[in-house]
Design a protein around this ligand. Structure first.
Ligand code: GUN
Length: 292
């Protein structure tokens, strides 16, 4: 069984990006600059944004964190996005989700200039990705594509089953795995909460990508012998034996599924660390004008 190590792979990607930044510096070019807007005080969002800013520093990028109160108006947030859109110093912009209920995610996402949309969330980038045009691909699906590539997982002609149809993971993942290039050329089945006979379908998967958001949802009997299993889930569960008082688990029951799989991503240390590496890579592409 091959353990697909997202931690070491993401470190490798970050060191490749850092090398490119060193070259840019030598050439006197534009140092990539990522801006993040964080609204409110949600603990998880603060942790994620903090990790993104820290990773920028690690690879030599500039970063700007704009913090706005939970009570900020939609108009004020749209103005903050517009200001960054117009700032030539800044190459990439992310607005951390979720946003407070009184703010329209659609309006805010649509305000981000597609050229700076390094999260790949705007209609323009989603449309371009779907057409197979140059685009920013959302961090999680992009991270998974990169893992499959770097671990040389054969995908052509395989049956890829995706569990979960979110805009951020499942839906783009299904499109990427079906496209006419490596990694892709799969026959794809996109399943979700209303799918009937789910285990019957997952048992036929050569590649199983799980992004359902339910702890240890996928068990050994749902998986074919020799499948590649990618676990996107991450859940905190109480564990008295840990100093932190909790441990992290995924959407897959790891031990029993690992015994059957030919390759599998662990949680933590699988897909998670790849998402920040993808965001940094998209920001580098933005600074170098490689997409638009
Ligand atoms: N919230 C959870 N995941 C993400 C992400 O990839 N980008 C942004 N902006 N917010 C998120």
């Amino acid at each position: 069984m091959l353990l697909i190590n997202g931690k070491t792979t993401s470190e490798q990607i970050k060191s490749e990006i850092a090398q490119r930044v060193a070259e840019i510096k030598k050439e006197g070019g534009k140092i990539p600059h990522l801006a993040a807007i964080l609204v409110g005080n949600d603990g998880a969002s603060q942790t994620y944004v903090g990790a993104k800013v820290k990773s920028c520093q690690q690879v030599g990028f500039e970063s700007t964190l704009v913090r706005l109160e939970e009570t900020v108006t939609e108009e004020e947030l749209l103005k903050a996005v517009a200001d960054i859109n117009e700032n030539p110093e800044i190459d990439g912009l992310i607005v951390q989700l979720p946003l407070p209920k009184h703010i329209s995610v659609e309006k805010v996402t649509n305000k981000i200039k597609p050229e700076k949309d390094v999260d790949g969330f705007t209609p323009s980038n989603v449309g371009r990705m779907t057409l197979g045009w140059p685009s920013y691909v959302a961090a999680t699906p992009y991270g998974i594509v990169e893992l499959l590539k770097r671990y040389d997982i054969e995908t052509s002609g395989k049956h890829c089953v995706v569990i979960g149809r979110s805009h951020i993971v499942g839906s783009p993942m299904s499109i990427l795995m079906a496209r006419n290039e490596y990694p892709g050329n799969c026959t794809v089945t996109l399943t979700h909460s209303r799918t009937k006979n789910l285990p019957e379908i997952t048992k036929t998967a050569d590649i199983l990508i799980v992004a359902i958001g339910k702890p240890e949802f996928v068990t050994a009997e749902m998986v074919k012998e020799g499948a590649t299993v990618i676990d996107v889930g991450i859940h905190r569960i109480a564990d008295e034996s840990k100093k932190s008082g909790f441990r992290l688990i995924g959407d897959v029951k790891f031990d029993e599924v690992a015994a059957k799989a030919s390759a599998i991503t662990p949680v933590p240390g699988g897909v998670g660390p790849m998402t920040i590496a993808s965001l940094l890579y998209n920001t580098l592409l933005a600074a170098e004008g490689k997409i638009y």
